[in-house]
Design a protein around this ligand. Structure first.
Ligand code: LLP
Length: 418
């Protein structure tokens, strides 16, 4: 692969410098369009919310808006970015297990459409804030359905201690929380939300989540007289990082979820009207590439290191989750992969390894090393460790590139210091 979005990797590096985060805008558009066109039903209203935590900036939010998606935000900073991008606040869903009083005030003041309430204490605070308030806010309640999905399997136990939402095992608390919201006329209780994990390959885990969510919606209605208008299933759909990763394609995944929802909805006394999903990673991961310049090559008795001019400060995922990435050397795509390398970052920490072991053609200092599928939770989780400025972010499409986030300067780095 010589180019991203039709722009040669060499040109991107020369124009913007390295380390550089590049998004293939065509891939972003394909993913957004696949969700927008496939997550549809004849019997249910549907909505796709982009989980902006995966990568939040005005450019990606504008794209999400262009394709008619809603937005999942989880902090005032993400709300602020969305509003700065001109996103309609009515289509924003505000999540989080510990929304501060100031954040709730901000959300109310800026007419954020839906607040996804996490717990009883938050419901009480929101009810207080809405008393005497002329505005109306819609709410969903985050519940924990006990489908804890990991990469290839799911465990239906051991979920009572999650920090997110209220466990289905604590039904009394769920009812008390909903009643607290319903006490205020200007708080609409609209339905339930869950999110069962991330990078989930196993479609059955979502099937199980759907079964539990719809059954619970029915129970809320028939046992407690609480109608459920909306079921939000969260995100978690896997992306491909390595050649051996084969996530269910977006259209197929959407069809599966819709058909399972339609099936379950038929069993309900009072059907649910609307279903939402919140993909983050599966929209942005595969579109992203991190371009580094190779520095020194160092041999130890057991390893050959190639050092990158970035590292855990721009991509914490390998160090934090032992996440695996694939990579290539720009211009050496056709060459035989003869050397086993460890790709290490430049941070002052032994754990700053971007790729533990990868076979590549021989690397020379100055070569451009490109990590694939870096678009999700890379830039968004970047840090200033070792006072390394954040890289620039570029979108490339149809042979043209545009900068969407400037490279941080050293002046930026100390700009808040007194
Ligand atoms: N909705 C809710 C409520 C969430 O908590 C998340 C992700 C999503 C949607 C989007 O999930 P996705 O489709 O991106 O899997 N930093 C970790 C991932 C953390 C995910 C947190 N919640 C990583 O780099 O793997």
């Amino acid at each position: 692969m010589k180019a991203i979005g039709g722009v040669s990797i060499q040109t991107l590096a020369e124009t913007y410098g390295t380390p550089l985060c590049v998004f293939d805008e065509e891939v972003l558009r394909q993913k957004l369009s696949a969700y927008a066109s496939s997550f549809r039903s004849d019997t249910l209203e549907t909505g796709v919310l982009y989980a902006s935590k995966a990568f939040s900036c005005k450019a990606i939010i504008s794209l999400a808006k262009e394709y008619g998606l809603g937005l999942d935000v989880v902090s005032q900073g993400e709300m602020y970015t969305a509003l700065a991008a001109g996103f309609d606040p009515a289509d924003i869903y505000f999540h989080g297990n510990n929304k501060t009083p100031a954040e709730l005030d901000y959300a109310i003041a800026h007419n954020i459409g839906t607040i996804v309430v996490d717990n009883l204490a938050e419901a009480e605070l929101l009810a207080d804030k809405m008393s005497g308030q002329y505005k109306t806010v819609r709410t969903l309640l985050r519940i924990n359905p006990g489908v804890e999905a990991h990469t290839h399997h799911y465990i239906a136990t051991a979920y009572v201690d999650s920090k997110f939402g209220i466990s289905l095992l604590h039904e009394d608390e769920i009812i008390e929380t909903i009643r607290t919201l319903q006490k205020r006329k200007n708080i609409i209780f609209d339905g339930i939300h869950a999110h069962i994990g991330s990078q989930i390959f196993d479609t059955d885990a979502f099937g199980e989540e759907i079964r539990k969510m719809f059954a619970f919606a029915d129970r809320l209605n028939t046992v407690y007289g609480i109608p459920v208008n909306t079921v939000n299933l969260g995100g978690g759909f896997a992306a491909a990082y390595l050649e051996e990763d084969h996530p269910t394609p977006i259209p197929e995944m959407c069809r599966y979820i819709i058909s399972r929802c339609e099936e379950e909805n038929k069993k309900l006394k009072e059907p649910v009207r609307k279903v939402l999903i919140e993909p983050g990673r599966s929209i942005v991961a595969e579109a992203g590439f991190n371009i580094y310049t190779a520095g020194y090559i160092k041999k130890t008795p057991g390893k050959t290191y190639a050092f990158a001019d970035g590292g855990m400060n721009d991509n914490i995922r390998p160090a934090l989750y032992q996440a695996k990435y694939d990579a290539f050397i720009a211009g050496k795509e056709e060459q035989e992969k003869t050397v086993e390398y460890t790709i290490a970052g430049k941070c002052c920490e032994s754990g700053d390894i971007l790729i533990d072991s990868i076979k590549l053609p021989e690397i020379q200092t100055g070569d451009l090393l490109v990590l694939k599928s870096t678009g999700a939770y890379g830039y968004s989780m970047a840090s200033h460790y070792n006072k390394i400025p954040l890289p620039a972010v570029v979108f490339a499409a149809e042979g043209k590139s545009r900068i969407v986030i400037q490279r941080e300067t050293f002046e930026h780095l100390i700009s808040l210091e007194i």
